[in-house]
Design a protein around this ligand. Sequence first.
Ligand code: ADP
Ligand code: ASP
Ligand code: MG
Length: 597
Amino acid sequence: MSIIVQKFGGTSVANADKIRAAAKRAVAAKQAGHQVVMVVSARGKKTDELVRLAAEMSEHPAAREMDMLLSTGEQESVSLMAMAVHSLGEKAVSLTGGQIGIITDSTFSRARIESISTDRIRKHLDAGEIVIACGFQGIDPEMNITTLGRGGSDTTATALAAALQADECQIYTDVEGVFTTDPRVVSEARKVSLLAYDEMLELASLGAGVMHSRSIEFAKKFCVPLRVRPSFDEGEGTLIANTGEQRMVAGLALARNEARVTLADLPDQPGVTSCIFACMAKRKIPVDMVVQNVAVDGKATVSFTVQEGELADTLTAANEAIKILGAGTIRSGTNVAKLSVVGAGMRNHSGVAAQMFHILLKKGINLQMITTSEIKISVLVERDRCDEALLAVHEGFCMETAGPQTPEIGIQQKTKSPECDQSEDQLLSRIVSKLAKMEDIVVSEVQLDESQSRVTLHHIPDVPGTCSEIFTTVANKNIMVDMIVQNVSDTGHAEVSFTVQRTDLENCLKLVEELASKWADATVSYEPEIGKLTVVGIGLRTHTGVGERMFKALADANINIQMINTSEIRMSAVVAADQGRTGFEVLNKAFNLVEEA
Ligand code: ADP
Ligand code: ASP
Ligand code: MG
């Protein structure tokens, strides 16, 4: 019999009427012949209320007690839901995370799922009952109650759907589906009917609040079709699945509460990045927008962003790193927000970055940091202007209609064969079948690209328009730019590095040298031959251990890193050409990808 998982978020169970409406949906699915598992969140703003209460008790409530407290919100909902189903004449049973057998690690407040035993659920389903599961919670091996992180009921739902091999996981919420950006912020936002797992993974982890990002990891890893649907009407919502569609720009995400951290005056030697990542990983702090500058006078600088709420922990970790490295200074700032554009079609096109920078230039918005990855571009902007920036980019890419299918600048480049996607899927399912724990990191492949060159513009004016000019000039000559990283500037100047195909280097240099000659003190440096090492997988940025393992392996092999970019599906490092091969080998070993003889 087919199994359907239906998850109802807080607003969808806020009062008795809404609980009854949700119960009716589950009963209808049951009566249509499906076995039904409901996953329910705490009612309305219940979790926030509990957080506030705890703050009244203590400035630093114990993490274990916080989880004990917050898990009660869901317990209230499931029992009420079971009563509602009963009164509709169907059998139902409510279960806590522990009763289901959702075993997590012991990281209170952001525990990861290790395993789920489905025996108990199946017994109830086979007895004709609707199973109503508490979202957001589990128990650790010592029977302590744990929670999965705010918004974590989505993750419970997809994890249960994966463990039960459900036919569909439906996420009922207070909007019609997934929109091009948050419809409560941009009223012109448009509902998207189909999204690729990779697009949703990036959007969710870059700040689109509609889904917990770890829930999409489960969906992709275990091939669960996900449908985000409105709980208030019969809308079809958004299907998140493997799609062949290659939109240039599928969605925008805004993370308002970012903080930037710069570690300067560091020794310029292999191991610096590794040490910083290790200190962050020890405290489970996910870092993003990592920018490593080409060293000046033997001193290196590394900048990155974290969520503002993690800044205090981050600064402690940064201090630890500096102590270990024996040198360095720390700067940080909080008045920033991260705006990201995501689209699977970016893989094969140039010009999206140039167009985004141009749109922001027209608004006079300065780009403090830039990082790109295969299917996303993120920029750091002043927080006070982030809504304006979001709106401008949404409008600029015509996202309220079907969106532009080709950017105005640049042309279509390489095409990818469908067979290639298929072999990626097979590779993934092989790796997943070997996972010891459900939320273990999935790294499926290491790649070495030896076809690119690095170009860096130093000391360029830190004013709106500089990057727009650079990347428009380059894209207009049909030069495909791959990685872009631009640093923060505290001196009125910025530095931007990017990679291009070696065959395009000569043309590219002519263009940027001409540009640089206009700007006082700006200089160009380049490296014709580089190795770009990429680790490919799922949930790479949110699992802080991936960066740590990657940079440690490179440091142990004495390999210096020139550029970095991170995303949920890929993490890349640019190294010297003659170290590419060694890097490739050590990374394969570090992620256990070496085929046994
Ligand atoms: P639930 O309580 O059902 O889990 P959430 O509040 O977690 O609901 O998520 C739904 C909210 O996500 C919407 O009300 C909307 O404001 C916000 N949101 C942010 N980005 C998007 C997006 N791209 N598409 C749809 N909703 C979004
Ligand atoms: N109730 C939890 C929260 O508010 C989990 C969830 O709603 O997904 O974060
Ligand atoms: Mg939610």
